[in-house]
Design a protein around this ligand. Sequence first.
Ligand SMILES: Cc1ncc(COP(=O)(O)O)c(C=O)c1O
Length: 195
Amino acid sequence: MIYLDNNATTRVAPEVFEAMQPYLTESYGNPSSAHTFGRQMREAVENARAHVALLLGVNHADEIVFTSGGSESDNWALGGFLEQNPNQRHIITTRVEHEAVLKLCEHLGEIGCEVTWLEVDQNGELDPDDLRKALRRTTGIVSVMLANNETGVLLCKQWARFRLTCVTGPSIYLQFRDTSFTRPKELARSTFVAE
Ligand SMILES: Cc1ncc(COP(=O)(O)O)c(C=O)c1O
């Protein structure tokens, strides 16, 4: 069999498997438990958190929160932001997001948020001008995937010609499937300005 669906899910990298193996076999304590076994696991989790913070260029490791998966992260990021910023209830997203984001944004639209749904072109790409035009003072969230999970199309391919920043300070969340595309700290600072 030739597996051609690596966009949707793929084999765990051998080095990830190797790093995780002890925690799936011998070292399976609950990091929230007070006993020695638990405390050792807590140390391993904090080590992992520090590594991820370093990788993403985040100053405070406690800003890194591990969740159980994608859907929880979507709900947590968007819902958490809206709770803290009730006046910034304008959301920009696309018609081709992961189902978990589509349904969440539909729901947020039903409970009082304004949602701008951007279309992609026949190649599945997003025009950054459309995104720039959709931004408002009340825009709190821009949720756009980097790579589509069905087609593999890089939605934001042309964004390289834009300086990517937030009009409303750090309050626009840009969500990418692959965070290595650009570092969150850089994202948190800017405005969409055509170069
Ligand atoms: C943006 C997004 N949300 C949700 C999911 C679903 O993830 P999970 O099954 O872990 O909830 C994915 C899966 O790739 C995703 O990319």
